[in-house]
Design a binder for this molecule. Sequence first.
Ligand SMILES: C[S@@+](CC[C@H](N)C(=O)[O-])C[C@H]1O[C@@H](n2cnc3c(N)ncnc32)[C@H](O)[C@@H]1O
Length: 195
Amino acid sequence: MEGASEEREREKWNQRYQQGTHGTLPPDPLLIAAFDRYIEPLFPNAGHALDIAGGTGRHAIFLAAKGWKVRLTDIAEAGLANARKNAGDYASQIEFRVEDLTRFDGSCESYDLILVFFFLRREMFGELVKALKPGGLLIYKGYTRGQAKFGGGPTNPEYLFAENELLDSFRELHVLHYAELIRGCGLAEFVGQKV
Ligand SMILES: C[S@@+](CC[C@H](N)C(=O)[O-])C[C@H]1O[C@@H](n2cnc3c(N)ncnc32)[C@H](O)[C@@H]1O
């Protein structure tokens, strides 16, 4: 059973995806850069990835095109339906899974790569680390509290990163990349490896 706030999230996102007002397809520049710099050198034969709250599949499709098997999870069925269409022939490499990720349990899963883009639920941080295989990578990007002055993105501070929050929250991981972007936007990006 989902909580009322998650049910509202599901409805809100389903509506956006049905109306086609959300769901860009180009992958985020962080994933493109991290692929060349970290993912490909560490996993030349590809591997298993988890795309958390992956929406219409821009990152799952990018990875599938590079030979990865991807589990794409999201609470919004309409987003996943769009993702399946967007994936075309790559759909066979992607498992589309409707899931409320506030209840994500990483204990019996093992991924080489976990992506979290623009989705923040602090209660799942520990589970993300558990779900990585040793040597696996976590790539996380989202808005910081600095975004408030630029407009766009969430306004609820609960969904915004505090300064250095990703660094502080994933201390168990070896940090390969961390940046807070403050010109024209407020964004934090993190790439860490489980040792
Ligand atoms: C801003 S979108 C980001 C989509 C994707 N990661 C990207 O960067 O293109 C946030 C996503 O979180 C999903 N979401 C919201 N609450 C969720 C929950 N409790 N469990 C799983 N997914 C959720 C929404 O359906 C939506 O697809």
